[in-house]
Design a protein around this ligand. Sequence first.
Ligand SMILES: NC(=O)c1ccc[n+]([C@@H]2O[C@H](COP(=O)([O-])OP(=O)(O)OC[C@H]3O[C@@H](n4cnc5c(N)ncnc54)[C@H](OP(=O)(O)O)[C@@H]3O)[C@@H](O)[C@H]2O)c1
Length: 302
Amino acid sequence: MHAGVIGLGAMGAPMARRLATGGLLGGVWNRSHDRARSLGLELGVPVADDPAALAAHCDTVILSVADDAAVTAVVTAMIPGLKAGTVIIDTSTIAPATTRRLSAMLTEIGVSLLDAPISGGIEAAATGMLVTMVGGDPEALARVRPVLDRLASHIVHMGPSGSGQAAKMVNQVMVAGINQAVCEGLAFARALGLPSDTLLPALGHGMAGSRLLEHRGATVCAGQFDRGFKVTLHQKDLLLARSLAEELGAQMPLIEMTLIQYRRLIEDGAGTQDISVLYRQKRKLFREEFPHDEDPGHRSGD
Ligand SMILES: NC(=O)c1ccc[n+]([C@@H]2O[C@H](COP(=O)([O-])OP(=O)(O)OC[C@H]3O[C@@H](n4cnc5c(N)ncnc54)[C@H](OP(=O)(O)O)[C@@H]3O)[C@@H](O)[C@H]2O)c1
């Protein structure tokens, strides 16, 4: 099986590495060619000139690109190289309606598009421990199972095209709530003068424990927000989730509150930082100054 990867960002690059070490990677493509060239060299795989060339060379293509416009652009660019029987696994987070539209278009040329958005963050991408919620043809999913098994420890078929993305919307609303809780709680802890090195393990073993606290608790306390899941990407997901909620006649306070705070972070220049940078806003609740270029950390790390 030859799998190609399109989009070599925070998630796509570690997924490509996992496929390469499993002997499954057939080639890569990325919009910024330098990124593709350096990963191609590192992994010893061909770098395609364009998405169509990669599609022609692979029977499975994994997409990990930013948003609806990016997925639409790369799928359209792949069309001249696509063969009947190819399966495209889109791990990006986009609107269910966009994936359904692209899936219907590809079905006409015998190509399957699975919406397979992922959860677990950069750590899970590097270790093959992602969770993926899959929408689309179950037979196509069965064919690409060896590829997905290399990337994900939990592969859940949710139903028809778009249902994977709908499940991911639920996931992203929950991530917003957990991020709110972790960042606000840790800002409160700092204001109380609690040492992070003893507090974090205590919290992590109790009911307040979460993946986000486990992977981001220490970096938040150290004032490090440079790697992970960009604020702008989560903002995009919450805007998609808000549209779905509006279709149901609902407004979700968690989405609204988080979007307001993310907008402020983006205005302050923190849009490309990890979503745990929300901690900076939460610190302001306790009237503490937290200039962007300082890293005060928690008491134990000061
Ligand atoms: N980071 C996470 O923890 C995480 C977790 C689960 C799901 N996701 C989702 O996975 C997807 C990728 O996330 P990421 O964190 O890897 O993002 P990222 O690091 O910002 O990488 C984005 C990738 O998309 C490419 N891209 C953007 N616009 C494009 C366009 N118009 N045409 C072609 N390629 C385009 C970028 O190419 P360039 O290199 O040229 O900019 C880059 O390869 C997103 O949908 C995100 O919501 C992320």
